[in-house]
Write a protein of this length. Structure first.
Length: 321
């Protein structure tokens, strides 16, 4: 074991021991602190595997990010890569980690990731998933990829009623293996919400844009109808006022021209108002009909799958657009 590695592990152990000191009144924590001190001595003596065991005993009680970091480092350097990957991931929650320490952890996580296998399991919703009949993964749908040791594994899925189906898989270093149980449970196909190849009907862009434009023009038409209606009423009021003052008592008098102008304006505005109301209403009805009957296009349903690596997490999308 390189001296640099031992010195790093000793430094981490010292930090873990300080964290324990805050709980010295508890017998359990006193025992955990003793295990860490013994682990530190084993590290110094070059017995990394012995130190790993002591860290496991201490972290079973402590469970702090600092302790898990020490344990993860010991597991990594003793080639327990699967356990190291999980504990190093948890140790990133330590807010006291500086940039150098955080980079050290993520670098080791990437190396541990590259030395382990990873399975993306797809099963009917509610199906209970286990690996090698010893690892309880949980109920489908699974949000995360399952990390495993490289080599062969048996994946089992048990659905309601007790029926269990199994698949044998071979996992390679650093590779994500996709395992789909939909062929084993054809009667439940699609219950996971991501049926492969399933089609869904969707409204194309024009199905939104065209009805919206037609409806918008219809609203403008109604607005014009209201505007011309108000103008027509105003001209009618003005004409009545002129007539009341006797300006047009004699219809043939030249003084009747203002009255005639108001009457013409009233009639024109009234006609335009009617056109605006009728056109606007018709366009709004047309917009509603277009939105209701616009043909929808078929496309393959998008499949969403988690993608996880030591330095990033996200989802992958597959399907036809």
């Amino acid at each position: 074991m390189p001296k640099k590695t031992i010195s790093v592990l000793l430094a981490v152990l010292s930090v873990s021991a300080v964290a324990l000191a805050q709980n010295e009144s508890s017998p359990e924590y006193l025992e955990a602190r003793q295990r860490l001190q013994e682990g530190k001595a084993l590290y110094a003596a070059g017995d990394i595997d012995g130190a790993r065991i002591k860290c496991e005993q201490a972290c079973a009680v402590l469970k702090t990010p600092a302790c898990l970091r020490a344990l993860g480092l010991a597991q990594f350097y003793t080639k327990h890569y699967l356990e190291a990957l999980g504990n190093l991931q948890k140790s990133l929650d330590d807010k006291e980690l500086d940039t150098t320490q955080r980079k050290q952890v993520t670098d080791l996580m990437q190396q541990a990731y590259d030395k382990t296998g990873h399975i993306e399991i797809r099963a009917p919703a509610g199906g209970h998933v286990r690996i090698d009949d010893t690892v309880d993964v949980g109920n489908a749908p699974l949000a995360d990829v399952v990390n495993v040791t490289i080599g062969s594994h048996t994946i089992s899925v048990t659905i309601e009623g007790g029926r269990t189906e199994r698949k044998e898989v071979q996992c390679s270093e650093g590779k994500i293996l996709k395992v789909d149980f939909s062929d084993r449970f054809p009667e439940l196909r699609g219950h996971d919400g991501t049926e492969p190849g399933a089609a869904e009907r969707v409204r194309p862009g024009a199905g939104w844009v065209v009805p919206a434009v037609v409806g918008g023009v219809g609203l403008v038409g109604l607005g014009l109808g209201i505007g011309f209606g108000v103008a027509s009423q105003g001209a009618r009021t003005d004409a009545q006022a002129l007539f009341a003052r006797g300006i047009c008592a004699n219809q043939t008098s030249p003084t009747c021209l203002p009255y005639k102008d108001k009457i013409d304006a009233k009639n024109t505005d009234s006609a335009l108002s009617i056109v605006g109301y009728v056109t606007g209403g018709a366009l709004l009805v047309t917009s509603a009909v277009l939105f209701a009957v616009w043909p929808k296009a078929e496309r393959a349903k998008i499949t969403i799958a988690p993608t996880i690596s030591p330095t990033s997490a996200g989802v992958s999308l597959s399907g036809a657009f």
